[in-house]
Design a protein. Structure first.
Length: 334
């Protein structure tokens, strides 16, 4: 009996199996994973590459979406490969990936790793590397990548996070179907390095509209979950090194831009969103930055004084809860 083999790669065997199951139920098609950097493509574009009396080998073209991915990084030699591999593992890959090295001071380790990974992904991803001469913070790095974007949409990813293989195709499809929305975020999960979540459907994802007042009291939009229309004129504030993303989301929402939140967890955080490492590790500094952001939108007359005072009080309470949570987590791990 003749058998059909789909030659895949990039997302590994499990990712390829996920693509096959999600896109078309084909139990008669077997998978061959060439190596960890090969890729899975659209079954609609399958082509026969070899034929024999007992088996047929086929290969799928690479499906793309008009999305530019922007990844800022600083001393990220140990994590940037994982982030880029998760982009390469997308069922529909972005038209462009811009990685901005924010003047890493690790003796060239990050820049060398970037060059190595870009070379190995050259047949799969269009990766553009940018090196800043001086460390300017995530706002400047993201704005630099945003300004170089050629896609209709810009998706942000941090160097220590990663995506579900269906993240771009689902979120891009949603943005296309909802032209009145300037941006959207998705759900996320905190995972270990070897964890994966395959329970996501291609069907229209559940979502809710992010109300400006909700966002004022709780920032539910983590940067690596966000996709924004490239034409949005507002940018990350270059003077902010913490909560720069929160300030941008608030400015957009309070100025009338519609923001959607897709419920499926399409983004993976490989550490807790606060209190572990990086700029978010210093909880007191994060709290001062959040209060500063709230004060800025009040001074810009985007929010009234009563709501500003109430949001400030809520922020204080959240800070105390986070402090207790982090202290408990550190005690359990010690």
């Amino acid at each position: 009996m003749s058998q059909t083999f789909l030659v895949t790669g990039g997302c590994g065997f499990n990712g390829s199996r996920l693509v096959l199951r999600q896109m078309k139920q084909r139990p008669d098609v077997h998978l061959i994973n060439l190596d960890k950097l090969t890729y899975a493509g659209s079954l609609d574009s399958v082509q026969v590459v070899a034929d024999g009396p007992c088996c047929t080998f086929v290969q799928a073209d690479i499906a793309t979406v008009p999305v530019s991915v922007v990844i800022p990084c600083f001393n990220a030699a140990s994590t940037i490969e994982r982030a880029l591999l998760s982009v390469a593992a997308q069922t529909s890959v972005p038209c462009q990936v811009v990685v901005v090295d924010d003047a890493s001071d690790d003796e060239g380790a990050t820049w060398s790793k970037l060059g190595d990974v870009r070379g190995r992904l050259a047949g799969r991803l269009n990766v553009e590397l940018v090196h800043l001469d001086r460390n300017s913070g995530p706002s400047v790095a993201r704005n630099t990548g945003w300004d170089r974007a050629v896609g209709d949409f810009v998706a942000f990813l941090d160097a220590d996070d990663s995506w579900h293989p269906l993240k771009l195709v689902i979120q891009y499809g949603w943005m296309q179907a909802h032209p009145d929305y300037a941006m959207s975020g998705t759900g996320y999960r905190v995972v270990d390095d070897d964890q994966a979540d395959e329970g996501v459907s291609f069907k229209s994802p559940e979502f809710r509209t992010v109300r400006p007042m909700w966002l004022l009291f709780r920032n539910s939009l983590l940067t690596p979950t966000v996709m924004v229309r490239r034409g949005v004129q507002e940018r990350f504030s270059p003077t902010e090194r913490r909560c720069e993303d929160y300030l941008l989301w608030l400015r957009l929402a309070l100025s009338g831009s519609q923001i959607g939140y897709l419920l499926p967890s399409l983004t993976y955080l490989h550490k807790a969103p606060y209190g572990v490492s990086g700029l978010s590790a210093d909880l007191s500094a994060m709290e001062r930055s959040e209060l500063h952001v709230l004060r800025r939108v009040h001074e810009e007359r985007l929010v009234s004084t009563p709501f500003w005072v109430l949001a400030t009080l809520v922020s204080r309470v959240k800070y105390l809860k986070r402090l207790v949570h982090v202290l408990a987590r550190r005690r359990l791990s010690s």
